[in-house]
Write a new protein. Structure first.
Ligand SMILES: [Zn+2]
Length: 296
């Protein structure tokens, strides 16, 4: 499943094509993805200008002049492809490879840039867990987005704030970090990575790093920094892949090269001086990768 850094990379890849461009024609080639398309989907978009392409957690928000905001979610397997005269690019490469089968091209956006250059933005989604919905007002008030917690990007997420979110929580630290009402857009891969960077066990009770003791304060500070840095590093890697993807064949996900623990069961812990090995455990039905030697 694409995580926040992948979605941000997609946004940055689509931004130059979509922002300021006019949607000449929009076609949904089936009645639904995970949810039915909104009524009059194509009619309400065609002929309109895209004023901004934003992101909240793992949702893309396409702002339409004098129109609704189109909220897009990539689901498990969704991707966008941009086709211009003679070229085809998928913005952002993923840990799990994207489908290139045109049988799963479900939505077509024909766009014209301010200079008149035509291109086609295609949404492809073999498993159809993605969706597109309209927000009639500010997207943050839409039911899909209204309950979301703080973004793990930027400087807002610091030690004291993280401690306030985790205070008195008895659930395992990993489960609390995956709770989208607390931190929005943090997923399975980057939670494992952040906990490893911070040297904290995914199994410990979340509230234990939210106490008044000096040690708890250091731990919450360390974890907040680890979450921000792991996301920022992945977004930076995505950005460099965007610069490279013209010549890349798209078959290698760049993210897998930057994982320290995710999907590395049995390998030596990469932390300098640590002699432990990466283990895989299952928490709430999902894999967690960690080193029990240096993560306490
Ligand atoms: Zn270790």
């Amino acid at each position: 499943m694409p995580e926040l850094p992948e979605v941000e990379t997609v946004r940055r890849g689509l931004q130059p094509v979509l922002e300021g461009a006019r949607l000449v024609n929009v076609e949904a080639r089936r009645p639904d993805l995970r949810f039915p398309f909104p009524e009059r989907f194509s009619e309400r978009l065609a002929g309109k200008t895209v004023t901004a392409l934003g992101r909240r957690a793992k949702y893309l928000t396409m702002h339409i002049e004098n129109g609704p905001v189109l909220i897009c979610h990539l689901g498990m397997s969704g991707s966008f492809r941009v086709e211009a005269a003679g070229s085809s690019d998928i913005p952002g490469t993923f840990y799990h490879e994207r489908s290139k089968s045109t049988a799963h091209d479900h939505v077509l956006f024909d766009v014209a840039s301010t200079t008149g250059k035509r291109s086609r933005v295609i949404f492809n989604d073999p498993r159809r867990f993605g969706f597109m919905l309209f927000a009639e007002g500010p997207p943050d008030t839409h039911p899909m987005l209204a309950g979301l917690g703080i973004e793990p990007t930027g400087n807002a997420l610091d030690g004291p704030l993280l401690a306030s979110l985790l205070k008195d929580r008895r659930s395992p630290l990993k489960a609390a970090l995956l709770d989208q009402r607390l931190i929005a857009g943090l997923g399975n891969i980057y939670v494992s990575e952040a906990l490893w960077r911070a040297g904290l066990s995914p199994l410990r009770e979340a509230g234990t790093i939210a106490g008044a003791a000096k040690k708890a304060k250091e731990q919450s500070e360390r974890l907040a920094g680890a979450i921000r840095s792991v996301i920022a590093d992945a977004i930076a890697a995505g950005g460099s892949s965007l610069r490279d993807y013209v010549q890349a064949d798209g078959s290698l996900g760049y993210f897998q090269h930057s994982f320290a623990v995710y999907d590395r069961e049995g390998e030596p812990c990469p932390k300098p001086g640590c002699r432990g090995h990466i283990e895989r455990i299952v928490q709430s039905g999902r894999s967690t990768f960690y080193c029990r030697t240096c993560q306490r």
